[in-house]
Design a protein around this ligand. Structure first.
Ligand SMILES: NC(=O)C1=CN([C@@H]2O[C@H](COP(=O)(O)OP(=O)(O)OC[C@H]3O[C@@H](n4cnc5c(N)ncnc54)[C@H](O)[C@@H]3O)[C@@H](O)[C@H]2O)C=CC1
Ligand SMILES: O=C(CO)COP(=O)(O)O
Length: 361
């Protein structure tokens, strides 16, 4: 990082907010973290532990927690917003009076707002009108970051200052920050992969194997790409850490909350029981509903999202859904090379040929 230490504010006292605050402090930044709960504030300041969200890890003692929003935000060059999507706008509104347009605002949240199908950086833009806005997203399990496992993420913004400052603030021996100028694509990748993490957790609980997981992840990527194209995003972004990278980690790890919700469902729990047992937010539960609705509206073929929706909200048994998906219409592997329409057309031609032949017999 630069000679002079940067002031960093983190809004949110959850596991990822806390892990990021600690990275920035490890990196020499002057870090303040805002959270609502005064007892947790006191614990972070006194014991340097977040007992509610990251109980087994110590936080860099330089992180100063506070429940006074102004104290945390004023004077910060970089403000990281790590608040679940459902409360995101409300917290940004609360922060607004203390923010100024010189500050860099970065969302770390992988979710979608129901009204208008908006991603979080759009909310930052709408609520502030500022120009230095970005997102970070990637394969970033908070617990592994807290263990200082080697990790990479992506900062995405069309503003070069935002990208550079985030790389300076967070890039260190165990955390590498790659840059992207596709903010929407990076953010969309982070939100979409949560859907498939639930499905992967469910498949694991049902005893399905590695072939199955691999099929699921790869077809998820195809489906995500289709959705990205429909939304005017660049599907190439999904080849990076915020797409395939995050898909791999969240579909493979029981440290992922979305995976855990899926696993609990696969064990026979109801959705309410699975969410209650988690005690934290699994963004994918809401995302699958919103994406399924959008895909229907825009006529995008998303059989996995549709299938998961039916299992979660319409009582279709997971095994039955898996069977239906396996028996679904014939499709193409890489649709950028061979379209689904071409595959289906070929089937129709062959079937018509077979019928003609049968007629001649
Ligand atoms: N935990 C992880 O491994 C990762 C999480 N993320 C994303 O970061 C976002 C935030 O993540 P976490 O820190 O993990 O969340 P979390 O679920 O661990 O905690 C969320 C925090 O937000 C606070 N909060 C909730 N509603 C609030 C409100 N109305 N006002 C003020 N505070 C409120 C909670 O009290 C808690 O401190 C998530 O949406 C997730 O998609 C991204 C990468 C990794
Ligand atoms: O996004 C994550 C890892 O990159 C964390 O996933 P969960 O929200 O499922 O825990």
């Amino acid at each position: 990082m630069s000679e002079e230490s940067m002031r960093v504010a983190v809004l949110g006292g959850g596991s990822f907010g806390t892990a990021l605050a600690s990275i920035a402090a490890d990196n020499g930044a002057d870090v303040r973290q805002w959270l609502r709960d005064p007892e947790l504030v006191a614990q972070i300041n006194r014991e340097h532990v977040n007992g509610r969200y990251l109980p087994d890890y110590s936080i860099n003692p330089a992180v100063k927690a506070s429940s006074e929003m102004g104290e945390v935000i004023e004077g910060a060059e970089l403000v990281l917003v790590a608040i679940p999507s459902q409360a995101f706008r409300e917290v940004v509104r609360q922060a607004r009076p203390y923010l100024n347009p010189e500050q860099i605002l970065v969302s770390t949240t992988k979710g979608i707002q129901e009204e208008g199908f908006k991603l979080m950086s759009r909310i930052l833009e709408e609520e502030t009108g500022f120009t230095h806005i970005g997102v970070i997203s990637g394969p970033n399990l908070a617990t592994e970051i807290a263990q200082k496992q080697l990790t990479a993420t992506v900062v995405a913004s069309d503003d070069a200052l935002t990208r550079t400052r985030v790389q300076q603030a967070l890039g260190c021996d165990y955390f590498r920050v790659y840059a992207s100028n596709d903010r929407y694509g990076v953010e969309l990748g982070g939100a979409l992969k949560n859907i498939y993490a639930i499905a992967a957790g469910m498949a694991a609980a049902l005893g399905m194997g590695e072939n199955t997981r691999s099929m699921l992840m790869t077809r998820a990527l195809a489906e995500m790409g289709r959705f990205a194209v429909d939304q005017g995003a660049n599907p190439m972004t999904f080849l990076g850490l915020a797409g395939v990278g995050d898909l791999i980690v969240t579909c493979s790890s029981s440290l992922s909350r979305n995976y855990r919700v899926g696993y609990a469902l696969g064990q026979g729990k109801t959705l309410d029981e699975a969410v209650a047992a988690l005690g934290q937010v699994a963004e994918g539960v809401n995302t699958v509903r919103l994406v399924r609705e959008k895909a229907r509206e825009d006529d995008v073929y998303m059989p996995l999202a549709e299938g998961l929706y039916q299992v979660l909200f319409q009582g279709v048994p997971a095994r039955e859904m898996a069977r239906m998906l396996m028996r679904g219409e014939q499709s193409s592997d890489v649709e950028f090379l061979l379209s689904r329409e071409d595959v289906q057309q070929a089937h129709r031609r062959v079937e018509a040929h077979d019928e003609r032949e049968a007629g001649h017999e």
